[in-house]
Design a protein around this ligand. Structure first.
Ligand SMILES: [Zn+2]
Length: 447
């Protein structure tokens, strides 16, 4: 891929060495960033040029907790708490997936992710047809760690469980088929769903396997809602994160979604182990789970990043909604500076890349990194703004940015969105296939 320049209004790099370049251009060659040119350097430079002079460039967003299998379920499980939401709706709906409906669900989610500037993510997967998710991620041009939800306990919905051995073997098979595929854009993560759907053996064994696979992660949910916590205590005799520590499953390869309800000991366990907390404020509010104590976790130096969770509990998959909420929700209890816009933007980019172990490749716009960038037009009519410095730009993106402001997206140096159009997924076809698949799936699930 030959060298080209992308002219911008400004670049917010998230690279401490050169955080902000007003009026600059991004130089891209062979899928990688070769440098940021200042305004005078950019005007003097020759070669092919893409003019996005009306856009702010920033690193592609990194979402660390998603469920592509649930995109079709948007609007089918509203106004429920976590355990009713899971047992009455989500488990039966996931159990009713076939390969075709899972493919339609993944495509719809990938369309929304690309359109709104997410270029990398981690997906929890579902129990069956995991290869479909891998194939669709590869075809989308995006980058992801993905897994299959490991569940060997599920008395209320036995169709959505496997034997321990079977769950681990099919995960290993997916790891062999997909880890490193797509020129390294795909990685496999071991994803035990949560303590209540897993035996201790499955939790321990999956953690060991994630450790044996270079670049993998161990991805689970923990301490999300009061009802879940009570059940964990009844079954294990311990609090949730304490139980995970007791099993030896906390380390820098552990990525735990939510962590809303922690005691002091558990905050210490997360801090000392180097585990990552995946903060999902929309999902936590919508399922009435609670509000994670993010200011405290940040003070303790715990790794924090953001995810939309799923379309059935959010109900959007765009990072703008999540960033805005993450910046707003903690101010109520902790004051206006508790979590600043700049801090949230860091969680949405470099923080996410660190959690995924991909910060050598993505998360900031720096020479040598993969050219994964989002170009945001902040002058659009519904929320025009005219920021002048890095903090004002961060505020404009976090507090008034919307997915519709995304003009273009680069992933591994390729334009996956141009002029607001997703290049590899045709919107009308994706939506039509999703509608057809959903009708058939609802009939199978009788929901
Ligand atoms: Zn989740």
């Amino acid at each position: 891929m030959p060298r080209f320049l992308v002219q911008t209004e400004a670049i917010l790099t998230m690279d401490p060495a050169r955080p902000f370049v007003p009026g600059g251009a991004l130089a891209v060659e062979d899928g990688r960033i070769t440098g940021e040119l200042s305004a005078p350097e950019a005007s003097a430079a020759g070669g092919p040029r893409v003019d996005l002079g009306h856009c702010l460039a920033l690193p592609g967003f990194v979402q660390t907790h998603l469920h592509l299998c649930q995109t079709l379920f948007r609007g089918l499980a509203d106004d429920l708490d976590l355990m009713h939401w899971l047992r009455e709706r989500i488990f039966p709906l996931e159990a009713a997936h076939d390969g075709a409906s899972l493919r339609a669900s993944a495509r719809l989610g990938l369309w929304e992710l690309a359109r709104s500037g997410t270029t990398a993510f981690m997906d929890m997967g579902t129990v069956r047809h995991g290869e479909v998710i891998g194939e669709e991620i590869e075809a989308s041009g995006l980058r992801a760690l993905f897994g299959k939800a490991l569940m060997d306990v599920n008395p209320g919905c036995p169709r959505l469980r496997e034997d321990t051995r079977q769950a681990l073997e099919s995960a290993d098979e997916l790891a062999r088929a997909f880890h490193g595929r797509g020129g390294g854009r795909l990685r496999f993560a071991y994803t035990p769903r949560f303590v209540l759907t897993c035996t201790d053996d499955l939790l321990r064994e999956s953690f060991a396997r994630a450790g044996a696979l270079e670049g993998s992660r161990w991805h689970s949910h923990a301490s999300e809602s009061p009802g879940e916590l009570e059940e964990v205590h009844r079954r294990c005799g311990r609090r949730n994160v304490t139980h995970l520590a007791h099993l030896g499953t906390l380390s820098p390869r552990s990525c735990l979604a939510h962590c809303v309800h922690l005691d002091d000991t558990e905050v210490g366990l997360l801090r000392d182990s180097g585990a990552h907390v995946l903060h999902c404020p929309s999902s936590n509010l919508k399922l009435a789970s609670g509000i994670a104590d993010v200011p405290r976790l940040l003070r303790e130096g715990i790794s924090l990043s953001l995810g939309c969770d799923g379309a059935a509990c959010n109900n959007a998959l765009d990072m703008f909604t999540e960033m805005r909420l993450a910046a707003l929700v903690h101010k109520v209890r902790h004051g206006p500076t508790a979590v600043s816009a700049a801090r949230v933007l860091e969680m949405a980019t470099l923080g996410g890349a660190r959690a995924l172990g991909w910060d050598g490749e993505i998360g900031s716009l720096a020479p040598g990194k993969s050219a994964d960038a989002v170009f945001v037009n902040l002058g659009r009519a519904w929320n025009p703004s005219a920021p002048t410095g890095p903090d004002e730009y961060a505020g404009a993106v976090v507090y008034s940015g919307r997915p519709e402001n995304v003009d273009a997206v680069l992933a591994s140096g390729e334009w996956v969105v141009r002029g607001g159009r997703v290049e590899r997924l045709e919107e009308a076809a994706v939506r039509a296939a999703a509608g057809d698949a959903l009708r058939a799936l609802r009939a199978r699930a009788a929901i």
